[in-house]
Design a protein around this ligand. Structure first.
Ligand code: SAM
Length: 406
């Protein structure tokens, strides 16, 4: 029987120093990246065109490799930069000084003035008024500290802030994406302000501890749309290791919302929907209504049975049929533009999951193989990695191919 193998998901990263800084459900496992790098014929220069939290970049940096990361979401671009950068002792000391000063001032100036809180819809569902006031105080104090221009110190403290904000929220990550915990009634009234600021300092300490480790490799993170890789990256790359979005209606922005609002990457709900529309496989807010009008614009997905698969899904939902169709057109565009930045013989590895709409299983791995062949890759194959969840047909695969010049 094929096992779910939690160690091959983000869960396997939770004890891995820098890799554990922030949890993102679709982050893939450090182990998978290490194994793929071990198997590369030539690991000169690596690209991850859907880099998320920067797992590929960090593994490459730990091994002294050069790696470029591309990512659409500006918050993840910031986070991957912070996670893969080297820090001096002076910057780490400045971070600790900043964190301590912010925690102390937050405790001293409780409720002294109305602080800015992020414009999250129904923010009271996320945090109780007391918790929100403490977080707002901490955030205010962190940003009030400007002397010395130590941006790296502030960045590390903000990662700790994000961790505490989510730890003290009502969000529950017990599902593929997040939901809200029921409000648990507290028996005793506790001084949560002290607990939150203490938790913040504990997180800062942990982050500083792992940031001290010097990374021998070099990582560059760029923001952009990987449907047009050749506009953002020049290459030539010897290897691609990535986990692109799957056609499973998962919205990364939905899970990242609290961080993105606090750190100023989102200011209103419409922006989240717009970003999800740009994201491959996005399906949230305005993205849903735009899907209804979407057309493939002359791009054909060359895979036997693809048209009938789309028709079959359309019988139950024309909207979801458009969703699946658009996903593969986007991936076809991505692979085509990727081929412009690859070195001859470059090996590419895509970790993808299949999906199911009504009774139709979408063989994502097989369609990827066809798209790769269509774009000029040879030796394309897919290997089963793990079972995804309790649904019996859902699996994750490594789809690979080799770039040969046509
Ligand atoms: C499965 S996640 C990658 C997770 C990553 N391997 C990690 O360990 O954190 C897919 C990523 O692709 C990004 N993405 C979606 N559409 C994109 C596009 N058109 N261009 C670049 N990145 C995109 C999403 O924002 C998301 O972070």
């Amino acid at each position: 029987m094929i096992a779910q193998r939690a160690e091959l998901t983000f869960k396997g990263n939770l004890r891995q120093r820098r890799h554990s800084w922030l949890r993102l459900t679709p982050a893939y496992s450090v182990q998978v990246v290490r194994q793929l790098l071990d198997g590369l014929d030539k690991s000169g220069r690596i690209l991850d065109p859907f880099s998320g939290t920067g797992t590929t970049g960090l593994v490459c940096a730990e091994r002294g490799l050069t790696c470029d990361l591309l990512e659409l979401n500006p918050f993840l671009v910031w986070f991957a930069q912070v996670k893969t950068r080297n820090y001096t002792e002076a910057e780490l000391a400045a971070c600790w000084e900043l964190a301590q000063a912010a925690a102390t001032r937050t405790r001293e100036h409780a409720d002294a003035e109305q602080m800015w809180v992020p414009p999250i819809h129904h923010i009271e569902r996320w945090w109780t008024p007391e918790r929100l006031a403490t977080l707002a105080g901490l955030f205010h104090e962190l940003h009030g500290w400007r002397h010395g221009q130590q941006e790296p110190a502030l960045d590390l403290a903000l990662v700790a802030f994000c961790r505490v904000a989510i730890e003290w929220s009502n969000a529950a990550f017990n599902h593929q994406s997040m939901s809200f915990k029921d409000d648990a009634p507290t028996l005793f009234s506790t001084n949560e302000q002290g607990l939150i600021t203490d938790a913040f300092l504990v997180n800062v300490r942990q982050i500083i501890g792992s940031a001290r480790e010097q990374l021998p490799g070099r990582v560059t993170v760029r923001q952009g749309d990987s449907r047009h890789v050749s506009d953002i990256a020049t290459g030539p790359y010897d290897g691609v290791i990535t986990s692109p979005p799957y056609p499973n209606r998962m919205s990364y922005i939905r899970e990242l919302r609290p961080y993105m609002y606090w750190l100023g990457y989102l200011n209103e709900a419409r922006e989240a929907g717009d970003l999800d529309w740009e994201a491959i496989g996005g399906t949230w807010g305005v993205a849903t209504s735009r899907l209804a009008q979407w057309t493939p614009n002359g791009v054909t997905v060359h895979h036997d049975g693809f048209e009938s698969l789309v028709r079959q899904i359309a019988e139950s939902s024309p909207l979801l049929a458009n969703y699946v169709h658009r996903y593969f057109v986007d991936m076809a565009n991505h692979l085509k533009s990727l081929s412009c930045v690859l070195a001859p013989g470059a090996q590419v590895f895509y970790i993808v999951g299949n999906s199911k709409f009504y009774d139709t299983v979408v063989p994502v791995e097989k369609i990827f193989e066809s798209l790769m062949s269509q774009c000029g890759f040879s030796n394309t194959k897919s290997v089963l990695l793990r079972k995804r969840n309790s649904k019996k047909e859902l699996y994750e695969f490594v789809v690979s191919g080799e770039w040969r010049k046509l």
